[in-house]
Design a protein around this ligand. Sequence first.
Ligand code: SAM
Length: 217
Amino acid sequence: MPLDVYDSIREQRFAALQAEFMPLLPLTAGTPLTLELGCGHGHYLNAYAAAHPAEFCVGLDLIADRIARAGRKAARARLTNLAFVQAEAALFLQALAAPHPTHPEASPRLRRIFLLFSDPWPKRRHWKHRVMQSTLLDTLATLTDPGATLHFRTDHPDYFIYAQEVVAAHTGWRVAEPEEAPWPFEHVSVFEERALAGTPQSFTALRLETIPSAKIS
Ligand SMILES: C[S@@+](CC[C@H](N)C(=O)[O-])C[C@H]1O[C@@H](n2cnc3c(N)ncnc32)[C@H](O)[C@@H]1O
């Protein structure tokens, strides 16, 4: 696709997120936001939101059909603290970090971020497609306060090592000891069920006090 067409599509999606989705977010100071990047069919986040009614949860995924199914589950369960949105992760975070369309003074803060069974893109030349990137941590650092957590789980051993290395090399985040940040909630998603043939591994990254001069990717 020519670059200018790609840029124009991204701009349109950004504008749609700002106009349609951002106004749905609760802006009450202190309402913790929990985000799942690449939520698939929303199994995990639906169960998480039901168990954490004081948090507002957002699940996002590239695939419209998965988002529709996730949303239907939330509606059946009458969950009001949960929204699903079809969006690319970096673009969504960029829209979240931009001034709010109707409340420019608002500054949404993420308390917990989940990245569960994210596509591993095993070939080195495809690693650029992995959701876990240093630029992602940059953006997340601007949207979080110290102590916020990023929970990563995969059944792909190489992606596990890679993700830990990305965190370890970043000055705004560090890998927590398991006892320091226990896994917050267990619920097996379809993708986790499929992965149980392998051995899922998890870690939590903690947002540090100081962050580098952050850039939005
Ligand atoms: C293997 S599934 C895991 C789904 C879910 N986390 C689970 O554990 O069941 C990975 C999901 O991430 C989504 N995804 C991949 N790259 C993404 C991106 N850049 N932005 C948003 N979603 C993405 C895919 O569409 C897919 O649904």
